[in-house]
Design a protein around this ligand. Structure first.
Ligand SMILES: Cc1cc2nc3c(=O)[nH]c(=O)nc-3n(C[C@H](O)[C@H](O)[C@H](O)COP(=O)(O)OP(=O)(O)OC[C@H]3O[C@@H](n4cnc5c(N)ncnc54)[C@H](O)[C@@H]3O)c2cc1C
Length: 480
């Protein structure tokens, strides 16, 4: 067995060269959202160290299976060690040797610690994401999801009189609602769309997260006693101040980031130029959508990768992704890029759209120019700089803009401070905003991130809201 493991390293299945570059600075651990969920069981730095010391012991660690594939560690690593891929190779080795105890232990931890465990198994911890597709592993996972689905959930006793409103039913809002209901609070989730789930419903494609799994876990929350009101837009149907006046003792804002950034070039207003998030909403809420045959997706992130594949599913014949980055610089996760490369979508790197051309107010073509990324500005963004070379024009029927999302904060009262990048300013430990009793988390604070990050902040908000309400109670008692 030891020989086999060594061969795996030598063959490069485990990035041994890169592993040697690791100087154990711990940035991977400090930047990982999963560490906050499983502080005793998941520590990327120590997993790398164990891998270097004794690979046969490393494959027995349950922590291997708790990586959520967000690549935050890799993005921050000064030595560019691809921790998720090292862990995937170890998982593969564990599965090859039929050592599944670590995986089973990880599933038990997920069941115990993570709200929406089956959803998270698909969206965050799915072994196939690391190309670990051994039948034994997938069977164990399927069994786990089936057990979660058949779990009987009873209403939580309402041990406390306090009412909490959660604005937004994405993973951050649902995680907070789950933990607050478990603590005995009355929780009402307000959601502007017709179905709950946030990006879990409208962003993640069916092949990554079956909606039936999401529905089961949302029903579990309702069975626990969480009230979910859909088609309620805070800011339009009710305001935050009205919620506070109505007797809600605390509010958690988790409205995500649903507004697409604009290109700010000529022709953006033409028919046939659509925003990726709007398309995703429509497709996932059951609208019948017809795209033209020739589709250009503008953007190099995960959303661009997803909508390109959705365009193919909707019947487009010729789908091309155009992005300002080179292949290596693309912000999309490596597994998303690989998935797209395995489909019929083409990618064109290091180009920026200059002008969208139209006829009878409908898009017909786009002009592109070659670019490279310049130095980072004060917000850490690298802007495209035109370089020498010939531009070109592409004829097409539909343009999908996926160049990043920001939050719509027009519903906030003035007393809630807004931070850079149209995010809500919070105390990073407690997630409390500048308005007492109002907390915020998920993408609306972090900017677009991941499901696991949203869940972690939802859980952290639940702890802070509980502390806040308890401290208010004890202050009242003292006064009496
Ligand atoms: C296409 C796409 C694919 C993705 N794939 C993955 C993936 O595979 N893995 C992964 O980890 N992450 C993925 N992400 C990112 C992930 O989905 C988000 O980071 C995460 O959902 C953020 O959670 P949230 O709870 O903060 O917000 P959201 O999930 O965005 O939920 C916010 C909710 O608030 C509602 N809302 C907004 N304004 C109001 C208002 N005024 N009143 C009431 N309700 C309101 C919205 O309708 C929405 O339902 C993907 C994102 C997209 C767009």
């Amino acid at each position: 067995m030891e020989m086999e493991a060594k061969t795996k390293v030598q063959n490069g299945l485990i990035d041994a060269k890169k592993l040697k570059h690791c100087f154990e600075c711990g940035i991977c651990t400090a930047s990982c959202p999963v560490v906050e969920l499983f502080p005793k069981h998941y520590n990327p730095r120590s997993l790398l160290q164990k891998t270097s010391l004794n690979i046969n012991r490393a494959i027995k660690e349950n922590g291997l299976w708790l990586c959520a594939w967000c690549y935050k560690c890799y993005k921050r690593c000064p030595q560019k060690v691809k921790v998720p891929e090292v862990l995937a190779s170890l998982k593969d080795l564990a599965a090859e040797q039929d050592y599944l105890r670590g995986f089973e232990e990880a599933l038990e931890l997920i069941q115990k610690e993570v709200p929406l465990p089956a959803v998270c198994c698909y969206a965050c911890f799915h072994p196939e994401r690391g190309r670990v597709d051994k039948p034994t592993v997938l069977k164990a996972l399927k069994q786990f999801v089936a057990n979660c689905e058949h779990e009987e959930v009873s209403p939580m006793p309402k041990a406390r009189e306090k009412k909490i409103a959660v604005i937004g039913s994405g993973p951050a809002g649902l995680a907070a609602a789950h933990d607050l209901a478990k603590k005995g609070y009355s929780v009402t989730v307000l959601e502007s769309l017709s179905k709950p789930g946030g990006m879990l419903r409208i962003g993640l494609p069916e092949y990554r997260l079956p909606k039936s799994v999401l529905d089961v876990e949302i029903n579990h929350l309702k069975d626990m006693g969480v009230e979910i009101k859909t088609n309620v837009t805070v800011g339009k149907d009710v305001t935050i101040n009205e919620l506070l006046q109505d007797g809600y003792n605390a509010i958690f804002i988790a409205v995500g980031a649903h507004k697409c950034r604009k290109l700010r070039i000529e022709g953006e207003e033409l028919k046939g130029v659509i925003q990726a998030i709007d398309l995703l909403k429509k497709v996932n809420l059951g609208h019948n959508i017809k795209l033209g045959n020739r589709v250009a997706v503008i953007g190099g992130g995960n959303v661009a990768m997803d909508v390109a594949r959705i365009a193919l599913q909707l019947g487009a014949k010729d789908v091309n992704i155009f992005c300002i980055e080179s292949r290596e610089e693309m912000p999309a996760s490596p597994w998303e890029i690989q998935d797209v490369e395995g489909s019929n979508v083409k990618m064109i790197f290091s180009v920026a759209p200059k002008k969208i051309l139209g006829k009878n107010r409908r898009v017909v073509a786009i002009e592109f120019i070659p670019v490279e990324l310049g130095d980072a500005d004060e917000n850490g963004m690298r802007r495209p700089v035109p370089i020498e070379g010939s531009g070109f024009t592409v004829e097409l029927d539909t343009v999908m803009l996926a160049i990043g999302e920001v939050s719509d904060l027009s519903f906030l009262p003035k007393d809630i401070e807004v931070a850079e990048g149209n995010t809500i300013a919070v105390d990073l430990d407690t997630l409390e905003t500048s308005l007492a009793g109002v907390f915020a988390g998920g993408d609306v604070v972090s900017r677009p991130a991941t499901v696991i990050k949203a869940i972690v902040t939802g859980k952290r908000a639940a702890v802070s809201i509980d502390r806040y309400l308890n401290s208010k109670d004890s202050a009242t008692e003292e006064r009496i």
